[in-house]
Design a protein around this ligand. Structure first.
Ligand code: UD1
Length: 422
């Protein structure tokens, strides 16, 4: 498996282009299953998770081809040949469960393996199951697979979600576009990726209102057509690269960034002494003084502070002045980066869902292990300012969510390279 080697201590300067959102693309791609007509996605990120979703859709009989080096995806589901999402593909990526809603709506049945994905918690499927059951689906768990059927077709209903799950909102939103009558999703997730999905579905002919709020109303239609849609900017990649000059020093412009995508994150950054300026082309970021200050962070569903930026924020707070308290409220096991950061000299105490980080003047490079997608990149960020060399091993998770991380950071002056594994 490849490793990334970072030698710390170089201030950064220049521009980093931010790709289209992985998490948006992973729900836009299965939306093709809802229609016989082609769907074209532009600004797609080039990531291994996108390849996994491509394989999954192809296994169902959809056609997926990539153009312009993977930036454009042409999808078509006119001839589906199955409704079974196999364990071999699903175990690689939890987002595979996003074929469940569309398959049920289009074919009246779906057999989907229970997912795998990052080892950051139990991540059950109960909210998805309850939501689709409310639309009239019958769902059973057998042999590790969810067997779902809607013999008489799905019917619009009131669907209150116990928790504003992103994936469950996406699954039920897609399913409801072809259900008979009106569906109201209450306590819906409000993430920008949901709004992006709703925009794309509307282009395909769906009738949706209220996305971006906690109450989404969908008027079912008989069929959906084709569309071309540009994937929204990746707010997690954006937040990650915004932290690079904060940790390493210097100034970087993240191209394509907008404050509206990362408002809660920017508010916290400003409290630590970081200047963030919106430009015509993106967001410029730099530290206002030599040091940043500690700040407390609680992860929450959007518009709160995103759990997917918690590890990267922790890497930054390791060298901020004072003690920060980080509270993880979305996933129960998401501090696996803490012991790795401690190997670099960070002072962190973890108690259940809380981590107390006391800033030290400087981290020291060390060999560390990447445990999940966001943890991997937090270790690279930490390495940017650490003394000496940091070697991040087992970086395969990284390629699931960040395209060419070493090229993007090298282009703004970081001393970073990838060492191919055996
Ligand atoms: C999505 C994102 C992921 C992000 C997460 C939270 C994608 C592909 N992934 O994941 O990067 O970290 O949102 O912002 O978009 N839960 C249940 N039962 C369910 C579903 C979820 O208990 O049926 C729990 C989960 O265990 C977790 C919490 O709800 O603790 C949040 O999960 P959810 O919002 O569903 O996250 P994902 O859609 O899996």
């Amino acid at each position: 498996m490849d490793s990334i080697i970072v030698r710390g201590g170089r201030p950064l300067s220049g521009q980093i282009p931010i790709a289209g959102a992985k998490n948006a693309c992973l729900t836009l791609m299965p939306a093709t299953l809802l229609s016989e007509e082609p769907l074209t996605l532009t600004n797609a990120p080039r990531l291994s998770d996108i390849k996994t979703m491509t394989l999954l859709l192809q296994s169902l009989g959809a056609e997926v081809s990539s153009m312009q080096g993977g930036k454009v995806l042409a999808l078509s589901s006119h001839g589906l040949n199955g409704a079974r999402a196999d364990y071999d593909i699903v175990r690689k990526m939890r987002a595979s469960n996003l074929v469940l809603g569309p398959l049920l709506a289009r074919l009246g049945e779906a057999v989907v393996s229970l997912p795998g994905g990052c080892a950051i918690g139990a991540r059950p499927m109960d909210i998805h199951i309850d939501a689709l059951t409310a639309l009239g689906a019958e769902i059973e768990l057998r042999d590790g697979y969810l067997h779902a059927k809607a013999p008489g077709g799905l019917k619009g209903a009131l669907v209150p979600l116990r928790f504003a799950s992103v994936g469950a909102t996406e699954n039920v939103l897609m399913a409801a576009t072809l259900a008979k009558g009106t569906t109201v999703i209450e306590n819906a997730a409000r993430e920008p990726e949901i709004v992006d999905l709703a925009d794309c579905l509307r282009r395909m002919g769906a009738q949706i209102e209220g996305d971006g709020t906690s109450r989404i109303e969908v008027q079912g239609v008989d069929r959906l057509g084709g569309a071309t849609h540009r994937v929204v900017t990746d707010r997690i990649e954006l937040g990650t690269y915004m932290l690079a000059p904060v940790i390493a020093g210097g100034e970087v412009e993240c191209l394509g960034g907008r404050i509206a995508l990362v408002e809660a994150f920017v508010a916290k950054l400003r409290l630590t002494g970081v200047e963030v300026t919106e430009t015509a082309t993106g967001l410029t970021v730099r530290r206002s003084g030599e040091l940043t200050r500690a700040v407390d962070v609680v992860t929450e569903p959007f518009p709160g502070f995103p759990t997917d930026l918690q590890a990267q924020m922790m890497a930054m707070l390791c060298t901020a002045e004072g003690t920060s308290l980080l509270e993880e409220r979305i996933f129960e096991n998401r501090f696996m980066h803490a012991p790795e950061l401690m190997r670099m000299g960070a002072e962190i105490e973890v108690h259940g869902g809380q981590a107390r980080v006391t800033g030290v003047p400087r981290l020291k490079g060390a060999p560390v292990m990447a445990t999940d997608l966001r943890a991997s990149v937090s270790l690279i960020l930490a390495g940017l300012a650490a003394e000496g060399q940091t070697q991040v091993n087992r970086v395969y998770h990284l390629d699931r969510g960040y395209e060419h991380v070493e090229d993007k950071l090298r282009a703004v002056g970081a001393d970073i390279e990838r060492v191919p594994g055996s």
